[in-house]
Ligand binder design. Sequence first.
Ligand code: ATP
Length: 261
Amino acid sequence: MLAVRNLEVVYNDVILVLRGVSLDVPEGQIVALLGANGAGKTTLLRAVSGLLDLHDGEVTKGSVTMDGKPIHEANPTAIVSLGIKQVLEGRRIFAELTVDENLRIGGHTSPKNIKQNLDRVYGLFPALRGRERATAGYLSGGEQQMLAMGRALMSNPRLLLLDEPSLGLAPLLVGQIKDLIVEINKQGTTVLLVEQNATMALSIAQHGYVLENGKVVMDKPADELLADSDIQEFYLGLGAEGAAKSFREVKHYKRRKRWLS
Ligand code: ATP
């Protein structure tokens, strides 16, 4: 479905952020993209959704294709019309508008199916049902994340790009968001999931990619990544024996990452 090949992205004509990234998102799957702050995950999503321009970024090499069709030079509207929708990091909702208005804005590209899509979204997110007239800015963090995802689903996308949906949420809510992603995927939407919460992402993805300094350093089936000792040590905060490590130990790791040697 989505294929990224040798992608190079530069900001402000000089800052090289993606350095030859290749990645595949097959139809029907959940694919996880992991990596620390600043690795380039959001930049990759921007390249797919056509939002680089807005940030003074540019694809300088490589390609992004959807069903074989190049999209790295297409504008965001054309990309949405191909069925690709991104949920931005930080739950960008229209805070002054109601829940219902936020969702209807998300559905403006498929006005004929608004009723059907609203029913689907309220079915997926019962927490939003009954709050249709509530001002979005007053929702809790978890509800705002659900609203942001719901708004994206209003155009019934084939491919949903999620940028750190669990960021800043309490563990119980992270669990809910995780179940929702699985349900959305079951209903037929392919998902590219960017996460720093590697445990959450790998527990629901079929395949995972690890991005560091703008390069893919590991790419494996999700269960193999979960079992990988380097991933456990550097991304899951576990020691070699699987015991939880303190944040300090993880941060100041002594061993070099195998993929850097
Ligand atoms: P985070 O989890 O912090 O969002 P990330 O992996 O998504 O991290 P990006 O946001 O893609 O990383 O950022 C990758 C690098 O690109 C960082 O060094 C960042 O400072 C830089 N960068 C991002 N946006 C811009 C921009 N508009 N102009 C210049 N540099 C940028």
